[in-house]
Ligand binder design. Structure first.
Ligand SMILES: Cc1cc2nc3c(=O)[nH]c(=O)nc-3n(C[C@H](O)[C@H](O)[C@H](O)COP(=O)(O)O)c2cc1C
Length: 325
């Protein structure tokens, strides 16, 4: 057991969250994280309709008796989605916590909280975290520059972002982006966070649905194998370095291309297909710099067990040895 306000809030043994990942965060992964003592968030909009989300939640509950979460990403690009329907599915589906992200969650907070569901809002700036706190969310997950997907445009790494958030917020803070091992967990706690949220590391586990060819490629990857695309039109996204992201950067360098122009290359349809088929050069797949720290493909139970054991060794072994009382 680890005890922080996050473990208390979410009713989990270890302060380790598996962040929502479009296409990748499904029942098997979330349930495996839950069974190992953390909490996993299914990706709502990976399921085409609210009915599909309900079915996915039923699958997750069949795989674990522990708490399950759902990620509700409110990106403008997703506005065609039936968010009210997803929220109803979440409420009917016995969900313990929702990870909101990508936009202002105010429209849904009251309904979720009235149903006894905890709301963890994920954002990338302290000002958005403070706003979310003022709206009544239970906790904030703050994503540093290192993270997979959308790190925002401020380029503030976790080492500065997390302590600032922890100082300025009253609600608990979860550190997100760049975490992959016990060293990261101890560092996050030292910075004032009360848990870690990981995407990339959980994508590289046995229970993740990612195609084996991509898993193998990512296990070999270094900290130089991600790039930021979308910077030229103000929607940065950290993705794997490959033929498609190189092509996107080439076009951006020439100037004038819009989000819409680049969608055929950057769009989720393309990278989700690449994830399913193992086409390592086929799409701009979200990937965090933490991929450098993920050098194998454990089960979620092995991974969480290892993180916890390493964190304990640091706290009770390495640190006391370095700083004798
Ligand atoms: C393949 C992939 C898809 C993702 N999709 C989403 C998403 O739909 N919504 C969201 O809020 N975050 C998404 N994320 C971000 C993760 O939830 C998490 O914030 C991020 O991975 C943390 O950084 P890390 O990869 O260094 O752990 C995605 C990440 C990955 C790797």
């Amino acid at each position: 057991m680890f005890r922080t306000r996050i473990t208390e809030l979410l009713g989990i043994d270890y302060p380790i969250l598996q962040g929502g990942m479009r296409w990748a965060a499904r029942a098997e992964l979330a349930a495996a994280v839950a069974n190992a003592g953390g909490i996993g968030f299914l990706s709502a909009h990976t399921q085409p309709t609210p009915k599909d989300l309900e079915a996915e939640l039923a699958r997750a509950h069949a795989l674990t008796g522990k708490a399950i979460g759902v990620n509700l990403t409110l990106l403008p690009a997703n506005t065609g989605l039936d968010y009210d329907g997803y929220v109803a599915a979440i409420i009917n589906g016995g969900v313990a916590a929702v990870e909101t992200a990508g936009g202002n969650p105010s429209k849904y907070i009251e309904r979720l909280k009235a149903a006894g569901i905890k709301v963890v809002h994920k954002c990338v700036t302290v000002r958005h975290a403070l706003k979310a706190e003022s709206l009544g969310v239970d906790a904030v997950s703050i994503d540093g520059f290192e993270c997979a997907g959308h790190p925002g445009e401020d380029d503030v790494p976790g080492l500065v972002l997390i302590p600032q958030a922890a100082t300025k917020l009253r609600i608990p803070v979860v550190a997100c982006g760049g975490f992959a091992d016990g060293r990261g967990l101890v560092a996050a706690l030292a910075l004032g966070a009360e848990g870690i949220n990981m995407g990339t590391r959980f994508m590289l586990t046995q229970e993740s649905p990612l195609h084996p060819a991509l898993k193998e490629r990512f296990v070999q990857a270094t900290e130089r194998d991600t790039v930021l695309i979308g910077r030229s039109y103000g929607d940065s996204s950290r993705v794997m370095r490959n033929a498609v992201s190189a092509q996107v950067l080439e076009i951006e360098k020439k100037g004038g291309a819009t989000h819409h122009d680049l969608l055929p290359l950057t769009g989720a349809k393309r990278w989700m297909e690449a994830m399913a088929t193992g086409d390592v050069e086929g799409g701009a797949i979200p990937l965090g710099i933490s991929v450098a720290l993920a050098n194998d493909l454990p089960t979620c139970a092995e991974l969480i067990g290892r993180i916890v054991a390493e964190a304990r060794q640091i706290v009770h072994g390495r640190l006391p040895a370095a700083v004798p009382v």
